[in-house]
Write a protein of this length. Structure first.
Length: 299
């Protein structure tokens, strides 16, 4: 949600009428790890969503100058930022593996001069990693989307259909060391050649590597014991991601402001409020190549 402040409470000191603001996805997640209480404040999940002209919010919102562009940062961008800037944050020179460029339920985000999309989380993870000075490796079944990934800054790309043992390619690119971070952001319908991706992600990681589980991971054809053994053998950390806190939202926007050309997302279409149903139908068609936005006011 992004909008303009039309009224403030008597105790509000950070904002005034006319400010352009954006609310965090989980309004109760202010900092640190999520809690049972903060998880229940997710917009459009456990609480009412934002498809409305007026809505009240807590004071913890972040000022953004572009109302339309701001809506693209609340969920997917913050999830990617949280993944790469958690207990073991990304740093310049790290190797980052981003799995896949497809997805069923994720929106697409690419810079305006690129022709085809990566999904939101993948695109932002790639862009944030490049902005941090990391070496990024991307997998996909589409050579066309791999070209997009290369334009976004990926140094190495792998077509997992022509290279079903893609973890071996990852190890080649890292001189046998493995990657520091793996973004496991693949939809649950997504099944790679030869089974699921998690064991391959573990095999692709360096000792002590970080693997981030976002959304539904791919269907695994291997038993849990194999996963546990692989995790222990490589001493990797499997970390589930619950979007992010207000503090991380603020930090992420500072990163985007400092690197606008590297991190800029894209909007495919903007629908008026009266065409909300058409907007959801268009989203379901998977024809979009950027974010789908619903504008609730004509101003």
């Amino acid at each position: 949600m992004a909008g303009e402040v039309v009224a403030v409470g008597t105790d509000v000191t950070n904002w005034k009428v006319g400010d352009r603001v954006c609310a965090n996805f989980a309004t109760g997640h202010l900092f640190g790890s999520p809690t049972h209480a903060s998880i229940k404040t997710g917009l459009g999940g456990q609480t009412h969503g934002v498809l409305t002209e007026f809505r009240t919010f807590p004071e913890n919102v972040q000022v953004l100058s572009d109302l339309t562009g701001a809506v693209m940062l609340i969920c997917a961008a913050l999830t990617a930022y949280n993944a790469l800037n958690g207990p073991v944050p990304i740093k310049a020179g790290d190797h980052v593996l981003v799995l896949g460029t497809g997805g069923v339920s994720m929106l697409a985000v690419i810079p305006h001069n690129l022709e085809r999309p990566l999904t939101s989380v993948h695109s932002h993870a790639l862009q944030f990693a490049v902005a941090a000075g990391a070496v990024v490796i991307v997998t996909s079944s589409s050579d066309e989307k791999l070209k997009v990934a290369a334009k976004l800054g990926a140094k190495h790309v792998i077509n997992y259909r022509t290279h079903p043992d893609w973890e071996q390619e990852v190890l080649k690119f890292t001189r046998g060391e493995g990657v520091d971070h793996v973004v496991e952001a693949v939809a649950h319908q997504y099944v790679q050649v030869g089974g699921g991706t998690l064991l391959k992600s573990i095999a692709s990681s360096r000792p002590g590597g970080q693997i981030y589980l976002i959304g539904y991971v791919s269907q695994e054809s291997n038993d849990a014991g194999s996963v546990v053994y692989g995790a222990i053998r490589n001493a990797v950390t499997l970390r589930g991601i619950q979007i992010g806190s207000v503090a991380q939202f603020v930090d992420m926007n500072r990163l985007i402001s400092a690197n606008p050309q590297v991190t800029r997302p894209s909007i495919d279409r903007v629908f008026p409020f009266e065409q909300a149903k058409e907007a959801y139908s268009y989203l379901a068609s998977q024809a979009h190549v950027g974010k789908v936005v619903i504008k609730v006011t004509k101003d």
